[in-house]
Structures are given as C-alpha cells and as structure tokens.
Design a protein around this ligand. Structure first.
Ligand code: BGC
Length: 481
C-alpha cells in the first residue's frame, strides 16, 4: 500500500511539473521562433538590419523587465497566479505579434511577449522546485530545461514548415503557433495547486499540508512541515531586498549570477540564434542546407537534455558541471580550429558544434536554472531566482549583441575589407573562429570559478542549504549529510 501511495504521489508530481514546464516550452519557442521569421519580416516591412536588431532585442529587454518586476510578485501573489498571468500574456502576445500591422506595433508586441518569457523563466522553475519531493527535485527542474530545448526545436521545425517564399506574410502564422502551448499552460495551471512552501509562508498550514500529502513521500510530510516552520520563523524578521545583499547570502548571489554568466558567455545563443549563418560561413551552400543543419543542432540539444534528466540527481551538480564545461571548452577550441584551418571539412565544424551542444545540454543548460532555485532561502527565493534569470537575460542580450561586433572588431584589426552585399562570416571565417576561442577562454575560467563556487546540492534539502550559508560555510563544502 505504502509503495503504491509513493507511486501515485510521484505520478501526480510529474503531471504537475509537466504542465508547469510548458512554460519552458513557451520560453524556448518564443525565443527561437524569431530567427526563422526575421527574413520574412525584413522583406515585408523593408526593415533595415538595425530595425531587425531592435525587434529581436526588444523581446530580450522585455524578458529582462519581466524577470525584474515580477521577482517580488511571486513572493506576494504566489507562484501559481503569476504563472497564470504569464500564460495569458504568452497567448495574447502571440496573437498580437502575428497581427502587427506596423513596425512600432511589432516592436511593442515583441516587448510584451518578452515580459512573459522573463516571468516564466523564473516563476516556472521556482514553482517546480517547491512542489517537488527533495529526492527527485533535480530531475523535475531539469524538465524545464528539456522543454526549453523542445520549444527551440519546435520553433525551428515550425518555421521551416511555414516558410513559404511565395507568401511574404509567412511570419504571421509562425508567430501565431505560440498560442497553442500558451493555452495548454493556462488551462493546466488553472487546475494546479499553489506550492506548499509559499502557502506556509503565508500562514496557511492546513492548505499546505493538504497539498503536501498529495506530492511528498508520506514519511517526509511531518519533517517537511516542521522544517518549513522553523525556516519561516527564522525569516520572520527579515526583509527581501535588504536581506539578499547581506553577507551571509553573498555566496548564494555570486553562485546564481555566476552560473548564468558562464551559461551565456560560453556563447550558447550565438549557436542557437545564428547557427544557419555559422553553417553558411563554414561552407554550406544555400539557406535550406544551413537550416537543415541547424535542425540537427536542435535535435542533439533535446536528446542530451534528456540524458541530463537521468544523471543530474545521480552524478550530482559538481561532477556534471566539470564534465560539461571541460567538454564545452574543448569543443569551442575545435570549432575555432574548424574556421582557422583552411580547407578543414565543414563536417569537422558541424561535429564540433554538435559536441558543444551535447556538453552544454547535460551541464550548463539545466544546471543554471536548477541552481538558481536551490541556493536561496524561501523568503527571498522568488527574488533571488529572479536576479538569476535577470542575469541570464542581461548576459544573453550582451553576448548576442556583441558576437558579430567582436568578429568584426577582429576583422578590423586584421584590415579585412568586407565588400558590400557580403558578410563578415564568409569574408573572414577566422574572425568568427577567434570569437569561439574567446568563448573557450571563458569556459576555462568557468572551470576555476566552478571549483570554488559550484555547490553540491544533490540530495540536500533546501533547508539544509540555507543552514549551510547561515553557518558561513564555503559553497564547495556543501554535501548531503
Ligand atoms: C539557456 C538559453 C539557451 C538554451 C539552449 C537555456 O538554458 O538559458 O539561453 O537558449 O538553454 O538550450
């Protein structure tokens, strides 16, 4: 009987997490979808490159603002209501961007949609981590990452399917497709409960216990309740913003911002957003071949994220981080070489890029989003993980904005002349290659940083993690008792 109960509990938690993780799918879809829509938008509205940049960037800036303003909201309103609101914005934003009659409307609607991306990028993992039993928390939170990668792949595939050269308005249906996952999230979330932790922090113990009974392993329920009570009593005297910058939480803050720094500065989104362009530079001929190669990148990303689901709670965070970041560094060096060595086979570059994506997908991808939900105490967890996602979006914007600028600065230093109508990646592949070496250097620094700062949170309860910081102990000394 007890065994059956445990099974039922686990099943329910997986259902809850799957629906909530649809937020991740939307995040991936809505960031990925723009890459295929851009060529059509550009023709339809006769956009200049800088307008294209503005539209893309406004989505990212929306995400930054979303992560910023709703950080405290999850602590006041609860996790569930905020996710419901983001689903509403996702759905209406998808309709609006697809309908946009003018460029300014397109920009504003992309910004609006970006808000939902930013909100869901922290509210969803936060929700999942608080509603999961300790033992399978890592696996469930990584489902969020899985859905991000599925969303990116879905966007690549749906862009490819809907791209119709004879229809200049192809971008509209591409953007509308996002309505479907938004509706699933909205309807699903409508029936899901609030997290027990948030309810406890609002003094609603009965309700919290009722939900805990459905999700936690029976033998852990009383312990969870008493742990939460103890923690809330400790936190009663503290205030969010003031608290989070206090010395005892400094390491948590460094970890959350640091992991997002390395996640973005190893250049992941230059590959995700610009891979067709990179493949063209590597010698693929024609957009279709380049886009097909990108779809392979999308598939490998999904497959290895699935692998990470199985190993994240077994191998632990630190091992996975070191294996992943070392692999990323080697793959980046070899991607650089692919551009540097004249006559290198284009398959060498594709191979290196796939290895790069695989290592990212088992490490920095899921670890970033998992760790920012684990390192902060309940009362500031909403705020803390929003600072984490804010850093993610801020660093993402920076890297994506500077990738070609960096390559072109290297080109300038080498006196490369780019004739009108061609672009730098084909005129100076070694310039692009050098940027990958810069990312490789970042990955190597990341290994040293990780040695000092990546905590082993495997099998450690959120309460124990908090106690570790209160005792002033080092991140690398954390482990299960
Ligand atoms: C990152 C995104 C990235 C994606 C790729 C996520 O963890 O935060 O910026 O596009 O992984 O799979």
């Amino acid at each position: 009987m007890a065994k059956q109960e445990i099974k039922q509990n686990k099943g329910l938690v997986i259902v809850i997490a799957s629906i909530a993780a649809t937020g991740g799918l939307l995040f991936g879809f809505d960031t990925g979808v723009i890459s295929g829509a851009i060529p059509f938008l550009q023709d339809y509205f006769e956009l200049t490159d800088s307008q294209v940049e503005n539209i893309t960037a406004l989505g990212l800036i929306g995400a930054v603002v979303g992560a910023l303003v709703t950080g405290t909201l999850t602590d006041y309103l609860g996790r569930r209501k905020v996710i419901l609101a983001s689903a509403f914005v996702f759905a209406t934003g998808a309709v609006w961007t697809g309908l946009a009659p003018t460029v300014p409307q397109l920009m504003i609607s992309r910004f609006y949609l970006g808000l939902a991306i930013g909100v869901s990028s922290f509210a969803v993992p936060l929700y999942i981590s608080e509603i999961s039993p300790t033992k399978i928390r890592g696996t469930l939170v990584s489902m969020f990452q899985l859905l991000i990668t599925v969303g990116i792949l879905a966007a690549y595939l749906s862009d490819r399917a809907l791209a119709d050269n004879s229809n200049p308005e192809s971008w509209r249906p591409m953007l509308w497709v996002g309505v479907f996952p938004a509706l699933i999230l909205f309807v699903g979330m409508f029936f899901l409960p609030e997290t027990p932790r948030w309810l406890m922090s609002k003094g609603k113990e009965d309700e919290s216990r009722r939900i805990l009974k459905k999700i936690e392993f029976p033998e852990f329920i009383d312990k969870s309740i008493s742990d939460m009570k103890e923690q809330i009593a400790l936190e009663a005297m503290q205030a969010g913003w003031r608290e989070i910058f206090k010395p005892w939480l400094r390491n948590a803050l460094i970890i959350a911002m640091g992991i997002m720094f390395f996640q973005q500065f190893v250049g992941i989104n230059t590959v995700i957003y610009y891979s067709p362009k990179i493949f063209l530079a590597a010698g693929f001929v024609g957009n279709e071949a380049a886009i097909a190669a990108s779809v392979i990148v999308g598939v490998v990303n999904v497959l290895f994220t699935i692998v990470s689901l199985f190993i994240i709670d077994r191998l632990g965070r630190r091992k996975l981080y070191f294996i992943g970041v070392s692999g990323i560094a080697v793959a980046l060096i070899s991607m650089g070489l692919g551009f540097m060595i004249e006559g290198a086979s284009k398959w060498f570059l594709v191979g290196s890029m796939l290895v790069y994506i695989a290592f990212f997908a088992i490490s920095l991808g899921p670890l970033g989003w998992l760790i920012i939900t684990e390192v902060f105490p309940t009362r500031v967890r909403g705020l803390g993980s929003s600072i984490g996602s804010l850093s993610n979006w801020g660093f993402n914007t920076l890297v994506v904005w500077t990738f070609f600028k960096m390559a072109s600065a290297i080109g300038n230093a080498k006196d490369v002349v780019v004739p009108e109508g061609s672009d730098l990646s084909t005129e100076c592949p070694t310039c692009v290659g050098s940027v990958f070496w810069i990312f490789a250097a970042v990955a190597l620094i990341g290994l040293v940083w990780g040695y000092f700062y990546i905590p082993e949170t495997k099998n450690v309860s959120l309460e124990e993690i908090e106690a570790h910081w209160r005792d002033g102990k080092k991140p690398r000394d954390l482990k299960a008792q």
